[in-house]
Write a protein that binds this ligand. Structure first.
Ligand SMILES: [Zn+2]
Length: 267
C-alpha cells in the first residue's frame, strides 16, 4: 500500500475503528512517515475534542475543509485517470476500492459521521444521567434536612425542653450552634459555619458542670459548607445547669478536651 492509502485510514485509526490487520500495517507505515504521524495527531485531537463536548459538535472549519478537499481531489484524480492511456494498476484492497475511490471516501466520511453521532448521543445520555443524579442527591439532602428539622422541633416542643445557643469562639469565631434537649436528656446539636476538620480530627461536644472536669459527648464532622448535626444524650447531672462546649479532637473523641474551644454556651 502507498502513503496515500494509509493517509485515508488515519481518521478511522484516530477513532479506534480500524481492524487489527489494517491497524498493524498502518502503524508500520507510521513508524517511517512523519507526515502521516502529524496528520494522525490532528485527527486524534479532533476525536478528543468531540469526546469532550457534550453538545452536538460540528466539525471544525479545518476538518471540514480537509474532508471537502479529499472528496474534490479524488474527483479530479478520477477524471485524470479516465484520460490516461495506460491506467495505473488498481489497488487490490477490496474495502477501499470496491465502491470506487469516491464511494470509499464517502463511506468513510459517513462512517465517521455515524461514529461521531453515536458518541454525541452517548455523551448527552451521560450528561442527562449526571444531571439526574445530582438532582436526586440534592433532593435527598433536602429531605434529610427536613427530617432533622422535624426532629429538632419535636424535641423542642416536648414539655420541659430547653435550648442552649452556642457561640463561636477562638478558631470557631463565625460559627454558631443550638443544642436542644428534652427533660430525659435526649439532645440534638445543630451547628453552622464550622471550619472544615483536618484529616484525623472531629469535633466533640462537652458538658461542663461547675468546676468539674468536662464530660465527653459525641463527635461529629461538618459537611462541606460547615453544617453539622449530632444527636446525643445530656448526662443527668448536666440537665439543670451546664455549659456546652465544642472542641476539635482526634477522630473518635477524647476523654478530656485537648484543643481550643470552638463553640460554647453560657449559663
Ligand atoms: Zn504516510
Amino acid at each position: 500500500m502507498a502513503h496515500d492509502d494509509y493517509k485515508e485510514m488515519l481518521p478511522a485509526l484516530a477513532l479506534s475503528a480500524l481492524d487489527a490487520e489494517d491497524a498493524l500495517a498502518l502503524h508500520e507505515h507510521l513508524s517511517e512517515c512523519n507526515e502521516c504521524r502529524r496528520e494522525l495527531a490532528d485527527w486524534e485531537n479532533t476525536a478528543a475534542s468531540l469526546a469532550l463536548s457534550a453538545s452536538p459538535a460540528e466539525p471544525s472549519p479545518h476538518v471540514r475543509t480537509r474532508i471537502m478537499n479529499a472528496v474534490r481531489s479524488d474527483k479530479g484524480a478520477r477524471t485524470q485517470e479516465a484520460s490516461r492511456v495506460v491506467p495505473f494498476p488498481k489497488n487490490p484492497r477490496a474495502v477501499w476500492t470496491s465502491f470506487g475511490q469516491v464511494g470509499a471516501i464517502a463511506a468513510a466520511v459517513l462512517f465517521l459521521v455515524l461514529i461521531v453521532w453515536i458518541f454525541v448521543l452517548w455523551q448527552q445520555n451521560r450528561a442527562l444521567r449526571r444531571d439526574m443524579d445530582s438532582l436526586m442527591s440534592e433532593f435527598r439532602s433536602v429531605q434529610e434536612d427536613a427530617r432533622r428539622s422535624q426532629e429538632f422541633l419535636a424535641i423542642l416542643s416536648s414539655p420541659g425542653a430547653k435550648v442552649a445557643p452556642l457561640r463561636g469562639n477562638g478558631p470557631g469565631a463565625g460559627a454558631n450552634a443550638q443544642l436542644v434537649y428534652d427533660s430525659s436528656g435526649y439532645a440534638m446539636l445543630r451547628a453552622n459555619d464550622l471550619p472544615p476538620t483536618p484529616a484525623g480530627k472531629e469535633y466533640q461536644l462537652w458538658f461542663i458542670v461547675g468546676n468539674n472536669p468536662p464530660i465527653p459527648g459525641g463527635t461529629f464532622t461538618p459537611d462541606d459548607i460547615g453544617r453539622a448535626e449530632l444527636t446525643d444524650r445530656v448526662p443527668a447531672r448536666a440537665l439543670n445547669s451546664a455549659v456546652f462546649a465544642v472542641t476539635l479532637e482526634p477522630t473518635g473523641g477524647s476523654r478530656a478536651p485537648t484543643s481550643a474551644v470552638y463553640l460554647r454556651s453560657t449559663l
